[in-house]
Design a protein around this ligand. Sequence first.
Ligand SMILES: Nc1ncnc2c1ncn2[C@@H]1O[C@H](COP(=O)(O)OP(=O)(O)OP(=O)(O)O)[C@@H](O)[C@H]1O
Ligand code: NI
Length: 432
Amino acid sequence: MLRVENLQTQFPTESGTVRAVDGISFDVYEGEIVCLVGESGAGKSVASMSLLRLVDDPGEIVGGEIRYRGRTIVGFEEGPDGERRRREDVLSDAEMRREIRGNEIAVIFQDPMESLNPVYTVGGQLREFIELNRDLEGEAARREAIDMLREVGIPDPEQRYGEYPHQFSGGMRQRVLIAMALACEPSLIIADEPTTALDVTVEGQILDLVDDLQAKYGTSFLWVTHDMGVVAEVADRVNVMYLGEIVEQAPVDELFYETSHPYTEALLNSMPRPDRTVERLEPIEGTMPNAIDPPRGCRFHPRCPDARAVCREDNPEAREIDRVDGHPHRAACVKHDVFAADYGGSRPLEVEPQVTAGTPDGSGTGGSEVAGDSTGDEESPTVREDGGEETGVDLERERDGDDSWAEEAADESRPGDDERQWSLEDGGDDDG
Ligand SMILES: Nc1ncnc2c1ncn2[C@@H]1O[C@H](COP(=O)(O)OP(=O)(O)OP(=O)(O)O)[C@@H](O)[C@H]1O
Ligand code: NI
């Protein structure tokens, strides 16, 4: 349905060019929920907005191709003077507005208050939206709006129709946005952290709702999140982003059980897992550098516990390391056989304590690495020996002699954000 190839989106700024999305490729098939996951600043939102050609100023899509059901959203070719120019078959702005946005590809954002107008009733807005986008008017549109509110689980929809956004709770507002996204019967919904602002119980209800609607309408989702717990609940396939690149891509179970990139591993180790017992959670060391002057070699190597000398030189593209149910498992890490790099023969790098490199005005991100080198190895503690004593989240729990995490999780009502449980099992109604 959607094919993204080598997409590049950049922001020219005073301190340099921000390579927010730097050559990513992924597909979305009919009826799938595909996740983009990664830390803040990885480029998830810029990537997803690029699909609709809605990149904030001064951002620009500078390379790659996006195809949607046989139509070209982004495409470049070389002009007569070697310049890069838009291909002829690329949809015009008017076609994007008329034919793609809303009725083919809809978006749900994190903050419903930004998408809902506070001075109009919820029902009125939904109805107007339906009138604008579908062949329905007046009473028919009103009835459709009420049906949609009911569909997304708003109780007393006839009555709530006449209420204002501030009279709805956060979760209810997010349901309204889902109703709006669904109202045009799009084939693909881009959801950018739509549950991040909600408490965990409400988030769980919204994720269940999305699962139900997805099953009923067959809508595909591109789901943006920083939360591996959400990934576990909704994703069919996952793309892990780090600093503008996709470092690992796999079907969800494969990603969790055959994790092949140290960054994915680190994301997973920083979360509670029902299928593993760990002494404590390991926060990921350091911060993600900025996207103006990314580290040489593998972009993750300054923070990577598995980094070797070769990782300073090679920035591996994601290569297929396995295939599961017809879908690729790709990882961009030279640890794997498919890379010619001599990882095994390469000297391990110690993980250096990070200086904060995430500031846009930081004078290049090689800084931490160079500083680390000059202090010598003996002053560079490794993550495992030294890190985390103070920062680690203690995960030791009382176990009541039962080895099943799933059951244990079921005994607890959803705990606070930091300790939420999640389960990889299909079928939703698992961990309460
Ligand atoms: N308007 C802009 N001008 C300059 N840089 C920008 C702009 N918008 C985004 N960026 C940069 O692009 C990079 C990717 O940002 P993006 O918002 O896509 O990250 P994200 O993965 O969605 O993070 P988050 O989880 O915080 O939403 C960041 O380095 C960010 O600073
Ligand atoms: Ni974002």
